[in-house]
Design a protein around this ligand. Sequence first.
Ligand code: SAM
Length: 218
Amino acid sequence: MEEDRSGWATSAQAWITRIDDFDFAREVLLDKPMLRMCGPLEGRSLLDVGCGEGRFCRMAGAHGAQTTGLDPTLPLLETARARHPEGSYLVDVGEDLPFENSSFDVVVFYLTLIDIPDFRKAISEGARVLRPGGRMVIGNLASHASTTPNGWTRDADGKALYYALNNYMDAFLSCGLILREYLEPIPTLEEVAVNPKWADDRKVPYVVAMLWEKALRG
Ligand SMILES: C[S@@+](CC[C@H](N)C(=O)[O-])C[C@H]1O[C@@H](n2cnc3c(N)ncnc32)[C@H](O)[C@@H]1O
């Protein structure tokens, strides 16, 4: 067995249990805008890079998409296959996609860029396998939430020097993708009334959803 450097294989069962229980970022914030940004899915081919146990492939499949999920973590993919026999699932990495140019109508990275070691390469691979005019749909942690270390870096006197931010945008722009929509989803007032602990999530967005389009001519 290959060394599990990322830890995903070892933690796969714990991840599946967690995601089956409840996931705020996905169920409250991202699922709806991500599905909407995919556009009409009936008969469309959709690639989900870093699909995990396949929850977004199943959602897209329920809307008529022909889904392909790709992920390097075998135990997650085995679960994805068992849960969604109609879907196609491949063990591989996002940095080197085993598909011809322009193979898909939609390419999705759902809270996955943060876990792909060379996310720039994966974005350029995603753009390569997307057909001209096709949609790349991204769910990601907000750029202040995905840094390590996280938050303010201070000097010896405690004075704030700078706040770490990740820069993902240039990775998309340099692939010739066009930004069509940028959203910072937050819980609705009605949701906060039922779950007051989500009030702060209305002030500081934790995630972003983006719709990028591949230019018709390069
Ligand atoms: C936070 S999980 C998200 C899974 C799924 N997209 C979801 O929303 O439930 C990150 C996923 O990235 C996968 N991953 C890790 N390295 C990767 C790589 N190089 N290429 C593609 N996926 C990778 C992991 O196996 C894991 O399934």
